[in-house]
Design a protein around this ligand. Structure first.
Ligand code: HEM
Length: 405
């Protein structure tokens, strides 16, 4: 585990921070020269067909958090790693089937559609403030507060804790996504965040045992109380997963998506003129600059791919962002085309771990971007220097300064 795979979804060493501004030329180069490439700690896959094949292959396991026990003991990082190993994202059947079954019903497209008017109200309120100011950092003023408010309301934790959640969530995201900071420093900080957040959730859970409410946390507490379907450790771990997943990713979809539109004035104009294209536009924005650039698996058996033998026990890094720009799957892949059809991107992955929150993320992004363009069609970039967050996997901007013309 101390080989670069200690964090949850290790990013290939090939991806130096320099590539973070724009990883796509490097992806193209890798796909053309070495589509299945050993980088010293993992096999790095850049072709659409290969990434899809691994996501579908039951020999490719999601339970990839398996640090050496002696190392864990020496470092004192046991709580961080065991908690992550209990998140559905990092489990295989039968645990995965059970955990996912418990949460599925809360995130179906039908249930999520019921949030439309609340999300629209939130978006309009946030845009009112932007309109009044005449300028904005879109990340701070819309892309971040929207998803965090929605997920905290769903779970039933107070939105007043938002800043605190953000700090905890950022610390955990650096662990899951991998940053350029020294590994041990990232781990220690992530563990502090995880322990504080767990303590906080324990209090909330205890309160719901006393007095059930109409929220997702209560539903999980009731599933736990119903018997052996959910342990209290699993409850905490998966509540943390939802909170973190509901924080970073949708923020980055809105931020990366609006940036892509502003950099392509013809597509921007088209969407302003034809707001009914918002559904396919959001799919294209997901493909074009994916908020989650990579995931990984560990092989439970040998696998032959592109003449290379991937051995049992080895890690495979799936570059979703590269698969989404594969010319063999997407004609003219570097072109942003908000009407692209078909558009079977892998931004939410595929197979048993297909993003649980996809219907929610789609709805939030459609409403946020749709309303923003409708109400403020003259928004434009107020800087030529954009700074990307220091996270290899969760790709997003630190700020997106815009001005209303
Ligand atoms: C644009 C926004 C989002 C993107 C791009 C995204 C992406 C992904 C991806 C790629 C995976 C699969 C990883 C793998 O197979 O290893 C995943 C899983 C997951 N996502 Fe999302 N996600 C987004 C938003 C959300 C939201 C809003 C939530 C929750 C409210 C959420 C909850 C989850 C959960 C719980 C899983 C684990 C599912 C499982 O293991 O069965 N995601 N997401």
């Amino acid at each position: 585990m101390a080989d670069g795979h200690a964090h949850a979804d290790a990013q290939p060493r090939l991806l130096a921070p320099a590539a973070m501004d724009d990883p796509y030329p490097l992806y193209h180069q890798l796909r053309a020269t070495a589509p299945v490439r050993w980088d010293g700690s993992a096999w790095v896959l850049t072709r659409y067909a290969d990434v899809l094949a691994v996501l579908r292959d039951p020999r490719a396991r999601a339970a990839r958090i398996d640090p050496d026990p002696t190392w864990l003991q020496q470092t004192g990082l046991e709580p961080l790693f065991t908690t992550h190993a209990r998140m559905m994202l990092f489990t295989d059947p039968p645990d995965h089937t059970r955990l996912r079954g418990l949460l599925n019903t809360a995130f179906t497209p039908r249930v999520v559609e019921g949030l439309r008017s609340r999300i629209t109200a939130l978006v309009d309120e946030l845009i009112d403030r932007i309109a009044a100011a005449g300028h904005t950092d879109l990340i701070q003023d819309l892309a971040y507060p929207l998803p965090v408010t929605v997920i905290t309301e769903l779970l039933g934790v107070p939105a007043t804790m938002r800043e605190q959640f953000r700090r905890w969530s950022d610390g955990l995201a650096a662990f899951i996504g991998g940053s350029s900071a020294p590994e041990m420093q990232t781990f220690a900080h992530a563990q502090r965040c995880m322990l504080e957040l767990s303590d906080y959730l324990r209090g909330e859970i205890a309160a719901r045992r006393q007095q059930p409410r109409a929220d997702l946390l209560t539903a999980l507490v009731q599933a736990e109380a119903a018997g052996d379907r959910l342990s209290s450790e699993e409850l905490i771990a998966n509540a943390i997963l939802l909170l973190v997943a509901g924080h970073e990713t949708t923020t980055n979809l809105i931020g990366n998506g609006v940036l892509a539109l502003l950099r392509h004035p013809d597509q921007h104009r088209r969407l302003v003129e034809q707001p009914e294209l918002i559904g396919s536009a959001v799919e294209e924005l997901l493909r074009y600059d994916s908020p989650v650039q990579a995931t990984s698996r560990i092989m439970a058996d040998d696998l032959e791919l592109d003449g290379q033998r991937i051995r049992r026990g080895q890690y495979v890094t799936l570059l979703l962002g590269a698969a989404n720009r594969d010319p063999a799957q997407f004609p003219d892949p570097d072109r942003l085309d908000i009407t692209r059809q078909p558009n079977r991107h892998l931004s939410f992955a595929h197979g048993p771990h297909f993003c649980l929150g996809a219907p929610l993320a789609r709805l939030e992004a459609q409403i946020a971007i749709g309303r923003l363009l409708q109400r403020l069609p003259t928004l434009h970039l107020a800087t030529d220097r954009l700074v990307w967050r220091d996270n290899f996997t969760l790709r997003g901007l630190t700020a997106l300064p815009l001005r209303v013309a």
